[in-house]
Ligand binder design. Sequence first.
Ligand SMILES: Nc1ncnc2c1ncn2[C@@H]1O[C@H](COP(=O)(O)OP(=O)(O)OP(=O)(O)O)[C@@H](O)[C@H]1O
Length: 242
Amino acid sequence: MIAIETRNITKQYGNKKSINDVSLTIKKGELFSLLGVNGAGKSTLIKMLSCLVKPTGGKASIFGYDVTKEPEQVKNVISVSPQETAIAPNLTVYENLELMTGIHGFSKKDREQRVREIMDTFSLMPFQRQRSKTLSGGWKRRLSIAMALITEPDILFLDEPTLGLDILARRELWKVIKGLKGNVTIILTTHYLEEAESLSDRICILKQGEVKALGTAEELIVKTSTLSFEDAFVALVEGVSI
Ligand SMILES: Nc1ncnc2c1ncn2[C@@H]1O[C@H](COP(=O)(O)OP(=O)(O)OP(=O)(O)O)[C@@H](O)[C@H]1O
């Protein structure tokens, strides 16, 4: 089943195309990474798919719903875990999660149960009464992802989930993300190449708003005749033709 489909999607700001004619098909349950150097267009593409900005050309659909014509239906099946964590710092872990259930219209009765379920999934129970601002960076990101998943979305956009975390915290979060694989379709952006390589089913490399390469990490290594994914990435963004 197809989760996300774009056909020649384009976003032009002034006379510059931040995304130019991008056509992609992402399957349900896939973990799909978007890579590219700064300014390649990753955030712009995610913003269009999550109905935050409108395409200036082409189209995109999420489970068949058009992102421009049916944004309400799209928003019902997606969730975004943004780069800047969406956490209220003075609220406890429990209160942050409860707030999300309130925003999304859970009944009083269901709220507590859902909060407990998601705390359990993300091992947040021991921190439930702790103010969020006192959590470490890794646990803040974990809470942020838990908040994004409280509505059990079909699609989760994860924008640089491990930015600034040390390698141990990053690997802990990788375990969490791997645990979600298959159940939720995940679109991940990251600048950490080993993260994309370790987590992704397929990787799309954007360059100046266009798809430069698409495939598994292994396929991209083979296509560029390199020995590592990092070398493949560098070759692709520096302009190897494949
Ligand atoms: N609101 C805007 N108005 C004008 N130009 C914009 C706007 N948003 C993005 N751009 C431009 O579009 C291009 C792509 O930006 P985008 O933020 O999508 O890249 P990115 O790949 O997410 O970069 P990064 O890795 O730095 O987050 C850049 O040249 C950027 O300056």
